[in-house]
Design a protein. Structure first.
Length: 240
């Protein structure tokens, strides 16, 4: 009846049932999200490479597509590694998992192959004898940037790491350092007042300084299993 008396106990039971139903729905949503996150993490740590995505990226997302050549140049320039995510030993932020879910929902698919750019100390590297970028592999030579986290590289990194890019940049750097040392040395220390003799002495000092630094750095590199960025940018080994 419309005007029947209100039973407060019954009203309390109804309210409790509503609250329980709401809590159950929230719990179900959280459990589903947790399972999705765990499934994504499993794929990130999986060693099995799956087929290429082979999709057409939306126009608004095309600025996040990068070629293997572009990625290689950045890795060499800043001494980074570009490897499968199962080598990555650091934690993934929640924002990265959320970006993966957003990408997969937008394109109605599941990413089967992940790659990541990061410094070598963030990977579990094998023995041959701070700014990660997470990618989805579209095909052999094209990658989609999913998420970037961490701090930007310091401005001076490009200068400090330039000598380690290739063997050529290494030799040029040694020659510049050797010449700077020889030609900035005060003439009063050399005890030579003839300009022509001083020039030849400085050239001689440049060459011998170059040989000395070359020998020391080569020995240090071999001792600590270091090599050039152009050789190890996509290597899973710490000493190659």
């Amino acid at each position: 009846m419309i005007f029947s008396r209100i039973n407060l106990q019954s009203e309390l039971v109804k309210e409790r049932n509503k609250q329980h139903q709401l809590l159950d729905e929230i719990h179900e949503l959280l459990e589903t999200a947790k399972q999705t996150d765990e499934e994504i993490l499993e794929r990130l740590h999986s060693t099995q490479a799956e087929k290429e995505l082979g999709i057409r990226i939306h126009e608004e997302d095309r600025d996040r597509i990068f070629s293997l050549t572009e990625i290689k140049e950045i890795c060499i320039r800043y001494r980074l590694r570009f490897l499968d995510t199962h080598h990555f030993r650091s934690e993934y932020p929640y924002e990265a998992l959320q970006q993966i879910k957003n990408f997969e929902q937008n394109y109605k698919l599941k990413i089967g192959q992940f790659k990541i750019i990061a410094p070598d100390h963030t990977f579990n590297l094998e023995n041959i004898n701070k700014d990660p970028l997470l990618f989805a592999q579209l095909n052999n030579n094209t990658f989609f940037l999913i998420h970037k986290w961490g701090q930007d590289l310091a401005w001076y990194k490009r200068i400090l790491l330039w000598p380690l890019q290739t063997f050529r940049t290494y030799l040029i750097s040694l020659m510049i350092i050797s010449a700077a040392f020889a030609f900035l040395l005060p003439a009063s220390i050399m005890n030579i007042w003839n300009i022509e003799s001083e020039f030849y002495l400085r050239v001689w000092l440049t060459m011998h300084t170059f040989i000395g630094i070359f020998g020391l750095t080569l020995f240090a590199g071999l001792s600590f299993d270091k090599t050039f960025s152009s050789m190890n940018w996509n290597s899973k080994y710490f000493n190659y």
